[in-house]
Design a binder for this molecule. Structure first.
Ligand code: ADP
Ligand code: MG
Length: 149
């Protein structure tokens, strides 16, 4: 599955996040790619609103991983690897325990730990559109799903 959408406003990003939430299953990982300020945290916040998490999603830049819980008691892990210098720094975090669990994992700056991502995950690219501050191109695709390629 692959969705490519031209987005004109933050509200449209919010709508796409709501649409995407219908596909997202417990245990799945979502890897976000995009430059600083593209809207990765914005998308995560919107998703968490739809999932009715117990806390509003905030950028976990300093803590690396935040944990929330959906209205249906599914754990949500929200990671941000922006400040990561090397993958060695996360060696002792035991990321597999998060990725291979019943939790939903939302990963910002996934490119920094790409080799550590699970075999199957959602990839969401958020790209700026030049000259239009609220426009984005958002591409959502499933990576590594043998039934889907
Ligand atoms: P990132 O996590 O990718 O570094 P943030 O989500 O923290 O970026 O910030 C994105 C910023 O861009 C927010 O201030 C948001 O209001 C703004 N913005 C403008 N247009 C959009 C859009 N279409 N979608 C998402 N965010 C947008
Ligand atoms: Mg962010």
């Amino acid at each position: 599955m692959r969705i490519e959408r031209t987005i004109n406003s933050p509200e449209e990003t919010r709508q796409l996040a709501a649409e995407f939430s219908e596909f997202l299953q417990p245990g799945e990982t979502v890897a976000f790619y995009g430059d600083l300020g593209a809207g990765k945290t914005f998308f995560v916040k919107a998703l968490c609103q739809v999932l009715e998490t117990d806390h509003e999603a905030t950028s976990p830049t300093f803590t690396i991983i935040n944990q929330y819980q959906t209205a249906e008691n599914i754990p949500v892990f929200h990671c941000d690897f922006y400040r990561l210098q090397s993958m060695g720094e996360v060696a002792n975090l035991g990321l597999d325990e998060y990725f291979y669990s019943e939790a939903i994992c939302l990963v910002e700056w996934a490119d920094k730990i790409e080799p550590l991502l699970p075999e199957e995950y959602w990839r969401i690219d958020i790209k700026f559109v030049e000259g239009a501050p609220e426009k984005r191109t958002i591409i959502i695709q499933k990576i590594g799903d043998a039934n889907d390629e």
